[in-house]
Design a protein around this ligand. Structure first.
Ligand code: PHE
Length: 360
């Protein structure tokens, strides 16, 4: 076989091999490697071209043309394969990124307010709706606001009954020990003082929710619990107003007409004072374990604000009068939701919280 025929033969088999390889390339990077292998500077085609030098000069243009045809054929095949692979790659990507929109979604766990917070908000809202303004006071108090101004002088036995947490290292400006407030009643004092400074004289009607502290712990007592204080001062406020507000509040909160009963009691800061019972919400006042057979459940303390308390903030008790009451939030939530043990509120067992968490 002549030299030129042999070269043409080499070029033909190179082209056949290359076309097969291009067609089988899996992806664009494999194709790029093949391009280098066949058409690169040190590639197979260049290798064959080395043989051209051995040909007599007259034959060189012939083989040159043949080489160009081979090169053109390979380049064209490469581009074709490239285009095919690009399309295939896109299709693969689309397939891989496919979303199955028929799968059901993952549920987001939604938290809820703690049942005590729900109760606090609910109770406060009922009074706010009746026109009482919301106020708050500090949880760290001095003896003046927690006791003295509320007509509980230092030797008063009521002080001992409050199981107060004193803060050893904290003292007021006048050197008195500070304490964790044992009730929300000091907010009466602070709010009345602030109100008078701004407006000169009553009327004012206030609802004051917040945390209170007593050194006490059992099934019905927790060292921290929540109270809502409600009070109103104006001319001619009477016990009838107190009873009307209580009746409306308790029936709204328990979502049914509850009977209420005021029992004479004693609080240093109210005169007269009354404990308030509601007809038992569990047995329709027939008598059960919860109401201890009486048909009544005690829910809060109340009374007409003592003239000494009004005097301590500079209100004339001959001209103005007021009612006040303070209720325990945990207790009311327990009664409404049938929760048997106060401690459930503070253990934060999620099974309990989930059951209580769903508000309307
Ligand atoms: N402060 C009282 C308590 O914590 C409740 C109360 C408030 C009673 C207002 C009468 C008037 O026990």
């Amino acid at each position: 076989m002549s030299e030129i025929e042999s070269l043409k033969g080499q070029l033909d088999s190179l082209q056949t091999a290359a076309l097969v390889a291009f067609a089988q390339a899996e992806d664009l990077s494999a194709l790029q490697q093949l391009r280098v292998h066949y058409l690169g500077k040190k590639g197979a085609l260049t290798e064959v071209l080395k043989g051209v030098g051995k040909l007599p000069p007259a034959e060189r243009p012939v083989i040159g043309q043949y080489v160009n045809q081979t090169k053109a054929a390979l380049t064209q095949a490469l581009e074709l394969s490239e285009a095919e692979l690009a399309v295939k790659g896109k299709a693969l990507r689309i397939e891989a990124e496919r979303l199955d929109i028929t799968l059901s979604g993952r549920k987001q766990a939604v938290g809820a307010l703690h049942p005590v917070q729900q109760g606090l908000d609910e109770i406060t809202a009922i009074f706010a709706q009746m026109g009482f303004a919301v106020a708050e006071g500090p949880e760290i108090e001095d003896e003046f606001h927690n006791f003295d101004a509320l007509n509980i002088p230092p030797e008063h036995p009521a002080r001992a009954m409050h199981d107060t947490f004193f803060l050893k290292d904290l003292h007021s400006d006048s050197g008195e020990p500070m304490l964790l407030r044992t009730h929300t009643s000091p907010v009466q004092i602070r709010t009345m003082k602030r109100f008078l400074a701004e407006h000169g004289e009553p009327p004012l009607a206030v609802v004051a929710p917040g945390r209170v502290y007593r050194c006490d712990y059992d099934v019905t007592h927790s060292p921290m619990f929540h109270q809502v204080e409600v009070f109103k001062v104006d001319r001619d406020v009477s016990m009838a107003h107190l009873k009307g507000v209580l009746q409306h509040f308790l029936s709204t909160y328990f979502e049914k007409e509850v009977g209420i009963r005021l029992r004479p009691h004693y609080f240093p800061f109210t005169e007269p004072s009354a404990e308030v019972d509601i007809s038992c919400v569990f047995c329709a006042a027939k008598g059960c374990r919860i109401c201890k057979g009486s048909g009544w459940i005690e829910v809060l303390g109340s009374g007409m604000i003592h003239p000494n308390v009004l005097r301590s903030v500079g209100i004339d008790g001959d001209e103005f009068s007021g009612f006040a009451f303070g209720l325990g939030v945990e207790r009311l939530v327990m009664l409404k939701k049938g929760i048997p043990d106060l401690r459930l509120f503070f253990e934060n067992d999620v099974r309990f919280l989930r059951r209580m968490g769903v508000s309307k």
